[in-house]
Design a protein around this ligand. Structure first.
Ligand SMILES: [Zn+2]
Length: 266
């Protein structure tokens, strides 16, 4: 039975946001709340799986996000040659998860079929649903599909021994979470099914939503899939920096290792 290491690359941050931007009816809406941006690498010996590919820096800057580290630099720092990566999981197609696709020339990409139907279908007529997608990145996905480099899978998908993808929807039509076997048991990488731990802890939705009932049901699904609440990883929470170690002093605030037991209470 394989166990996987999980690494997070903190590639961008936005310290201009407030709680009111992130949580509906927050009692303290003007209080600042940093939004960090992570993408991930799963590793078992020489086997490497990339999960999401960060933000194109121009798109990030346009949206007020400051780049910390281009993901390809993060991959290299982890000893990975981007030209040799063969498997990339896309948890959904929002622009902050879909930059740098072309930095991975040999990769085959995997995504929920429902996400592709969503981003190329009638819901995109509505600005509220399309605003976190970038048309040229979606067009790039269409090209990858026609080149045989994008596999669109069903709701439940076995990626590898010890890794499975599970549809939850909510944040967008095809949002998925990943269940990963690690040295300490089953961890759920929730991606944007949870932006912050707080959504999970307080049972509240995030503001960017396609379907709030699916978003809330995702919390229950995550609890079914993870060994405990302590085995759950949100996608955008600066608290991750307090709970998990950097891979080296030089990579402090940039690359974290997420499979050890978290230091909760920090
Ligand atoms: Zn995101």
């Amino acid at each position: 039975m394989k166990t996987w290491e999980i690494y997070a690359i903190r590639h961008a941050t936005n310290d201009t946001r407030t709680r009111g931007v992130n949580f509906i009816s927050d009692p303290d809406p003007m209080k600042p709340l940093v939004l960090d941006f992570f993408c991930w690498v799963l590793r078992c010996g020489r086997e490497v799986i990339v999960v999401d590919t960060g933000i194109d820096p121009e798109t990030g800057a346009k949206n007020g996000h400051r780049q910390i580290m281009p993901p390809p630099e993060g991959w290299t720092a982890l000893g990975i040659d981007p030209a040799q990566v063969t498997t990339v999981l896309l948890t959904h197609a929002h622009y902050d998860h879909l930059g740098y696709l072309d930095a991975l020339p040999k990769a085959r990409f995997y995504m929920q079929a429902e996400e592709m139907a969503y981003v190329t279908g009638p819901w995109m007529e509505k600005p509220t649903f399309r605003h976190a997608y970038k048309a040229d990145e979606i067009a790039r996905l269409v090209h990858l599909l026609h080149d045989g480099r994008l596999h669109l899978h069903g709701r439940e998908f076995d990626v590898a021994d010890g890794i499975s993808a599970h549809w939850v929807g909510g944040h967008c039509a095809g949002q998925e979470v990943l269940r990963i076997r690690t040295q300490r048991g089953w961890v759920v990488l929730a991606s944007d099914a949870l932006h912050y731990y707080e959504e999970f802890e307080r049972g509240i939705p995030f503001t960017v939503a396609f379907n709030i009932s699916d978003m809330m049901a995702a919390h229950d699904r995550i609890r079914e899939l993870a060994d405990s609440d302590n085995h759950v990883l949100p996608a955008h929470d600066p608290r991750l920096l307090n709970h998990y170690p950097a891979i080296s002093p030089e990579m402090e605030g940039r690359i974290l290792r997420l499979d050890p037991v978290p230091e909760i209470g920090a």
